[in-house]
Design a protein around this ligand. Structure first.
Ligand code: NAD
Length: 360
């Protein structure tokens, strides 16, 4: 065993079916008494139902959460939070709702309760990305990590198949990058392999039967593990590239992750062949890991190309320039020409370049 450092995340997790009913007692385990319940506009009915279930523990609600946590939305929510004298947030939804809860907590130190309804994994991280005047900045703070997460499989049953697929692939990306992270460690590596295997089995089952509770439970379990990976170790090329592409060309978050992931792994597999092997093993594939991810996404009917997400071909060079502009740690050095090739393949929807598995 090589030396390592492992930081455990101080967070409480309640997992199961019907667990949203535990929210009131979870709040009452803590000193909190007045919950501010938040979500996105499409989750308004769920937000109101959850708020109603809290009775006199509900202080108010807000259903304006938006992608990439715009600071003007946070400001409006914060004023409501203060006006109703709340002392904690309850976020119901995907990464957008969780992001708003984190933004309020960062500014008030309020305790956070999260009920995730996608596989994004934000609830397990001390990371917050906020957008102001079109510019997204990301920060880490202990105040940002939610204290309690209640995973209720029932809340994910309505997640449309296409969103389930891209959200699940987005989650897998956290696990893949954890396998070759600079600060990787045996705990996150075990979680990453389990997570990829769980989602690799569950996503095809969800495509076949979206209300399959076992598949939904397995996917949510995998997503939890993926979130733990994202919150525990540093990410590299894949996440940085998706950040650049999303910000520069206004591309949808989970779909961009889905398209880029096989290409980013293929790029890094040269320097991190063991990680690629683990991905292939977790997916039960006889190919390399990057090809297995590409095949999985194709079998799930996920978008294959950046072109189909609306990125102009002329953007390939700009994206390559931006991707290598601010250097960061990556298992393989960032070479502009090779990064451009990666983006060009992803733009066109071509498969990643294949390479023999290191174990063969
Ligand atoms: P999202 O929260 O915007 O949700 C996507 C869509 O799915 C929305 O329209 C929402 O209404 C709908 N939806 C969610 N759950 C549903 C359900 N159960 N049934 C029906 N519809 C449902 O998207 P997301 O992909 O979950 O999160 C993306 C955001 O989260 C981005 O802003 C991203 O930057 C952020 N994020 C942050 C972290 C972090 O650690 N800070 C991690 C992952 C994602």
């Amino acid at each position: 065993m090589e030396p390592f450092v492992y930081n455990g995340l101080p967070t409480r997790v309640v997992f199961g079916s019907g667990t949203a009913a535990n929210l009131k007692s979870e709040i009452e385990r803590t000193p909190c008494r007045r919950a501010f319940v938040i979500g996105g506009p499409q989750q308004a009915a769920t937000v109101e139902a959850i708020a109603a279930s809290l009775g006199d523990r509900a202080a108010g609600s807000f259903t304006g959460a938006a992608m990439h946590t715009p600071t003007d939305v946070t400001q409006t929510a914060l004023e409501r939070f203060r006006a109703c004298d709340a002392d904690c947030t309850v976020a119901i939804g995907g990464g957008s709702a969780t992001g708003l809860g984190k933004a309020i907590a960062l500014r008030t130190d309020a305790m956070q309760f999260v009920l995730p309804t996608t596989y994004a994994g934000s609830e397990m991280t001390p990371i917050l990305g906020e957008t102001e005047n079109g510019l997204k900045t990301t920060q880490r703070s202990d105040k940002i990590l939610p204290e309690v997460t209640i995973y209720d499989v029932d809340l994910t049953l309505t997640l449309p198949v296409a969103l389930s697929v891209t959200s699940g692939m987005n989650a897998i990306a956290h696990a893949v990058e954890a396998l070759y992270a600079q600060d990787r460690n045996p705990i996150t590596s075990v979680m990453a392999e389990q997570a990829i295997a769980a989602l690799g089995h569950a996503l095809p089952a969800i495509v076949a039967a979206p209300h399959d509770r076992k598949a939904r439970a397995d996917a949510l379990y995998g997503a939890w593990l993926c979130g733990m990976c994202l919150g525990s170790v540093g990410m590299a090329l894949h996440h940085k590239l998706c950040h650049v592409l999303g910000g520069s060309f206004d591309l949808p978050h989970a779909e961009t992750h889905t398209v880029i992931l096989p290409h980013a792994l293929a790029y890094n597999a040269v320097a991190a062949p063991a990680a690629d092997d683990v991905v292939a093993r977790a997916l039960g594939a006889s190919t390399d890991g990057a090809s297995a991810l590409f095949a999985l996404a194709r079998s799930l009917g996920a978008p294959a190309s950046l072109r189909s997400l609306g990125m102009p071909e002329a953007g390939i060079d700009r994206a390559a320039d931006l991707a290598v502009k601010n250097p960061y740690w990556n298992p393989r050095p960032l070479v502009r020409g090779a990064i451009r090739d990666l983006i060009a393949r992803a733009w066109a929807g071509e498969p990643p370049p294949t390479h023999p598995r290191s174990s063969q």
